[in-house]
Design a protein. Structure first.
Length: 253
């Protein structure tokens, strides 16, 4: 039986991914800061699906947290077949006004920890001869987003990084998939302090979790969630960047 490690698993998209993978008979390693939430999910899934669920309460926005988590997993002799780098958050506001310490935590979580975890677990996957890596990017990966400047930039990094290593690993029986959701109902909007109206008609976290599992099984490299998001990304690629940036700024007001 295969095992999936999911970061940011205490709520929203990560929590729903835990249930989707459990329903598909994967053992789980769930990682997040909120231990009580993880314990509740663990108890529920173990009762419903009779699977092994391991939890680690680690703050992945801290320097060297990736090494800490990897060492904890290794000490338990757990084999990770699927790594899902889902943990991340955004900060809405003008760049000049955002607290630097908070922004640095976002940069560490969204990029540095994601990169380190990928590197650490890829080495193990290469030894076993197979594996799947899923990195949660965003439709914000495809253009600059004023008032969401650093968040969009981190997701552009995630997208380009994922596409590059997918190419590097294509002959090693390891798939790398970048998932690019648009607005999705989760805790993201609350944390980012974004107008909730933008999320009123957004798809559910469960829908995105199912989409993610399907994209992994198909071995897709880049997968944009939703027809409208696909059309918006296509439009962004064919429209002058100055106009795209202005439209994004207007949406975020």
């Amino acid at each position: 039986m295969k095992t999936v490690l999911i970061t940011g698993a205490s709520s929203g998209i990560g929590k729903e991914m835990a249930y989707v993978y459990a329903e598909n008979k994967y053992n789980l390693i769930l990682v997040a800061r909120r231990k009580e939430n993880l314990e509740a999910i663990k108890s529920d899934i173990e009762q419903k699906h009779k699977l092994d669920v391991q939890i680690f309460d680690v703050d992945l926005s801290k320097t060297n947290s990736a090494e800490l988590l990897y060492n904890k997993v290794s000490e338990q002799k757990l084999k990770v077949d699927v790594l899902i780098n889902n943990a991340g958050f955004g900060i809405n506001g003008k760049f000049k006004d955002i607290d630097m310490e908070w922004e640095e935590s976002m940069l560490i979580l969204n990029m540095i920890t994601l990169t380190k975890l990928t590197k650490l677990f890829v080495k193990d996957m290469l030894k076993t001869g197979s594996g799947n890596i899923i990195n949660i990017a965003s439709t914000a990966s495809f253009q600059a987003v004023p008032n969401f400047a650093t968040y969009a930039a981190t997701k552009a990094y995630v997208l380009h990084f994922s596409e590059a290593i997918a190419y590097e690993l294509k002959n090693d029986n390891i798939t790398v998939t970048a998932i690019c959701p648009g607005a999705t109902k989760s805790e993201f909007a609350e944390v980012a302090e974004v107008d909730q109206k933008l999320f009123s008609k957004a798809p559910s976290s469960r829908e995105l979790a199912e989409f993610t599992f399907s994209a992994m099984k198909k071995g897709k490299v880049t997968s944009i969630h939703g027809l409208m998001n696909n059309l918006l990304v296509l439009s962004a690629r064919t429209t002058p960047r100055k106009i795209v940036t202005a439209v994004a700024a207007n949406v975020m007001k």
